[in-house]
Structure formats: C-alpha cells, structure tokens
Design a protein around this ligand. Sequence first.
Ligand code: GTP
Ligand code: IMP
Ligand code: MG
Length: 340
Amino acid sequence: MTCSILVGGAWGDEGKGKCITYLCGNDKPDIIARAGVGPNAGHSVEFNGEKYGLRLIPSGFVHTDAKLMIGAGVLVDKDVLFKEFEDLKKYGVKERTFVDPRCAIITKDHRERDKKSEHLAKKIGSTGSGCGPANSDRVLRTVKLAKDVPELEDYLADVSLETNNVLDNGGDVFIEGSQGFALSLYYGTYPFVTSKDTTASTFAADVGVGPTKVDEVINVFKAYITRVGEGPFPTEISQEEAESKNIEEYGVVTGRRRRVGLFDMELAKESCRINGATQIALTCVDRLYPDCARTQSYDDLSAETKKFIEEIQSETGVPVTIISTGPDLKDTIDLRKELL
Ligand code: GTP
Ligand code: IMP
Ligand code: MG
C-alpha cells in the first residue's frame, strides 16, 4: 500500500505533467486522483508522440488500468471536463473518470467575474478560469455542487471512500497536486497567489485522505524557475538573459510568456519543509545544462550538473530521486531504488 502526493515546488509549471505521466506509467497505481484548485492548472503531457495540455483530468491517464478521480476540494468546470473526455477519447478516459459529488462547480458567471475584475485579472494576473470567484462563493456557501448538476450524475463517486478502500486493501493511490507551493493562499507571495492553499496537506484533504495514510510527498522543481502573472520573484532574470540561456517559456492555459528566474534555494528549503517532502523530482535539467540532454544514467551527467543536484540534496535534506533530462518519458533518471 502506497499513497503518494505529487506537489509543485515553486510557482507552478515545474513539469509536474511529465513527472506524473512517468511515475504513473511505471508504478501503475489503482487510483490517480486530482487535487488542487481547479482548471486554472495546465499540465503538459507528451505521450506516444502526441502532446496534451490538461486542466482537470489527471495527467496519469496514460496508465489505462487506473481509475481517475477528481477530489471534493477541486473546482469542476463541466465544459472543460467534457472537452477533455473528447480529447482523450482513445484512452477511454470518460469511462473511468469519477467526480466527487461535493466538488464545487465553476459557471460562466465565475469566469466572467474573474476576467472582468480589475483586482483579479489586472493586479493578480489570474488565469481567468473562474477559480477565484468560485472558491469565494464556496466560502460564502452559495456555490453549486457536482451532486446538483444532472449532466454529471453518471460520473459521481465518493472519492474519499474509494481511495481509502483501495489503500485499506493494499492498493496504491497517486494524488496529483496542481499549481505550486509559492502560489499558496497561506504560504505564497500573498496577494499574488491562487485562491487556496497548494501544499501537500491540503491536497490530501482535497481527496479525503488523512495525513496518517500518506507515505510519499514528491516535490517537483524545475532546474530554473518560471512564474506567470504578477508578484515578487527574487531570482528573476531579464527576458534577454532567459533567451540567451534558451530557457524562455509560454503558458499552457493562457499562452502568456512566463517570467524566468534562477533556482531559488531558500524557496526550495521552505517548500520542502511545509510540504513535508520525502523526495524531489528535478525537471528540465537539459535546458539549463544542454550537455545532459536525454541522459538516462546519473553517471553520465556532467560534473556541473551533479554538483547542482548534490547541493539541492544537501541544502534541503531531501533526496533527488527523479531527474528529467527531456520531454520524453524515456529521458528520465530514476534513482528511487538506490536512494529510498
Ligand atoms: P505543471 O504545470 O507543473 O504540470 O507543468 P507542466 O507539465 O504544465 O509544464 P509546462 O506547461 O511548463 O510544460 C513543460 C513542457 O516541457 C512540456 O512540453 C513538457 O513535455 C516539457 N518537459 C517536461 N520535462 C522536461 C524536461 O526535463 N526537459 C525538457 N526539455 N522538457 C521537459
Ligand atoms: P488564479 O488561480 O487563476 O486566480 O490565478 C492566480 C495566480 O496564480 C496568477 O498569477 C496565475 O498565473 C497563477 N496560477 C494559477 N494556477 C497556475 C498554474 O497552474 N500554473 C502557474 N500559475 C498559476
Ligand atoms: Mg502548468
């Protein structure tokens, strides 16, 4: 029985999509459950030569024997959900996706309020997906729940009960967090944050799994940092510098150009502490150190890359178990057998 939670270590877009696809494809959990805020997320999954940008369906969908579940804490936009059912038709996603009846529903009104609000759209730089207004209505206790939406009737299941039953019977559950530590409503760069806490404890609660059931917390960092939207970013570099290093990026949901910065060790330490991280996955190592592109063995990494990884490990006290050296699932160094 293993219950793992994967979380983002910084401002989101750490490459969680690739890590989840790799881990679920290898470990084949019985249930892959989506936690986090809602469809403001954009996870990139490259699989079988195709690229998907997912906002609600768990990125672990590639493991076709798993049940896919959306936990009660996650906001559901049914248009996004049904579009993803269509986009992922060949993986039989619609037939094995379940939504907790207690999920709150995003409506057109929430999306419009998000996009029109000077505060959310302009000051905070929200994704405009309606999450902030829907979560605020949830707090006011006026929001509609999934159990009251007739189109969702066929997909409802008690996600907490299902995940706990699997764990009690010796099965494996993989919980996918979204966003990132520094976007947390409590621990992030308030007010330039998302509309709820985005740390591992909240992700467990989103799905309805208690803290005593969680075995592993995998904290994902990119070898450099990106941030979309406004707010403090201590290690930010100029777009010219990012371009010269070939680490410029654009967002999956909004298409916005991302701000780019260097790895932030202080942020990494705090993120590991508050998430209770047991492992670190480090992505896009090849973009910072091109000589490591597609490397599949730790021994073949350059001395400079190894030094960087060892420094992260010694400063945070958390083992770097997964090293991603390219977008393909094969471009992964998996040190779990050696380090855990
Ligand atoms: P999350 O929001 O954390 O899920 O990140 P994401 O998966 O959405 O990341 P993002 O939208 O930034 O997309 C990352 C892109 O980089 C995708 O096209 C991935 O396939 C790709 N990618 C992921 N890991 C690596 C890596 O180690 N090296 C390279 N070169 N690309 C990667
Ligand atoms: P909201 O969650 O759409 O209200 O956006 C609030 C802030 O969080 C904005 O700066 C967004 O760009 C950022 N944000 C929300 N979700 C993500 C994500 O999944 N990746 C990166 N940034 C995000
Ligand atoms: Mg993303």
